[in-house]
Write a protein that binds this ligand. Structure first.
Ligand SMILES: O=P(O)(O)OP(=O)(O)OP(=O)(O)OC[C@H]1O[C@@H](n2cnc3c(O)ncnc32)[C@H](O)[C@@H]1O
Ligand SMILES: [Mg+2]
Length: 206
């Protein structure tokens, strides 16, 4: 691998922006799928976050011959037995945040405040062109409100209340969200693993 160039295998502009902020101090040149012309649609048909992150990372590594970081993430609501989980992006059918949030609220309509606990989860997979892989995970716990609050972030952020900060994810600045989020935590863990790897190996791709 080139230590200085990394493809983030995402089409989600919100995720891409978060990775750019989190990884900025590393000084790595980041590319996303938007930087490549005609990549095929990737079918995320895994049963787990890990399977889906692997599918995305391996597919893009093969196509680009570059090192690739893929993120598969989602919202797991306790009262819904962990749903929408791996189906978070297309919970209401299409990849539509407004419709997904509306469906979530409808499914929780009868659920009292104290039972509206949930967590965000991220699994990250980093692959080098020759197939070396590192995996990391991150989570953050919170509660699902009965109406959205805040304009920042993306996806389910307006409905996800973080008790410690007394704000929703969408009411946090990018820096505040990254400091406590599933994605921020998973990325920090990944960078630690990567630095250990780098210290013990001449080259990620060797
Ligand atoms: O697969 P890529 O191209 O990376 O983009 P995606 O949006 O499809 O991403 P996922 O397949 O990982 O689906 C995760 C969904 O979970 C939700 N989600 C993940 N992280 C989130 C976050 O930080 N804030 C709010 N919602 C989030 C959101 O609805 C995402 O679309
Ligand atoms: Mg996806």
């Amino acid at each position: 691998m080139t230590k200085d160039k990394l493809v983030i295998a995402t089409k989600n502009a919100g995720k891409a922006a978060e990775f750019r902020t989190i990884l900025k101090p590393k000084g790595i040149k980041l590319l996303t799928l938007a930087d490549f012309g005609n990549l095929p649609e990737i079918e995320e048909n895994g049963q787990t976050f890990l399977e889906n992150a692997r599918i995305k990372a391996e597919t893009i590594a093969k196509l680009t011959n570059l090192s690739v970081l893929a993120d598969d993430s989602g919202l797991m609501v306790d009262a819904l037995n962990g749903e929408p989980g791996v189906h978070s992006a297309r919970y209401a059918g299409d990849h539509d945040d407004v419709a997904n949030n509306a469906k979530l609220l409808a499914n929780l309509a009868q659920v009292p405040d104290e039972e509206r606990t949930a967590k965000f989860h991220t699994t990250l997979v980093l692959v080098s062109p020759n197939g070396h892989q590192l995996v990391s995970e991150g989570e953050v716990r919170g509660k699902i409100l009965t109406a959205g609050r805040g304009e920042n972030g993306f996806g389910y952020d307006p409905l996800f209340y973080v008790p410690e900060l007394n704000r929703t994810m969408a009411e946090l600045s990018a820096t505040e969200k990254n400091a406590i989020s599933h994605r921020g935590r998973a990325t920090k863990q990944m960078m630690t693993k990567f630095d250990e790897w780098w210290a013990n190996n001449e080259n990620f791709s060797d």
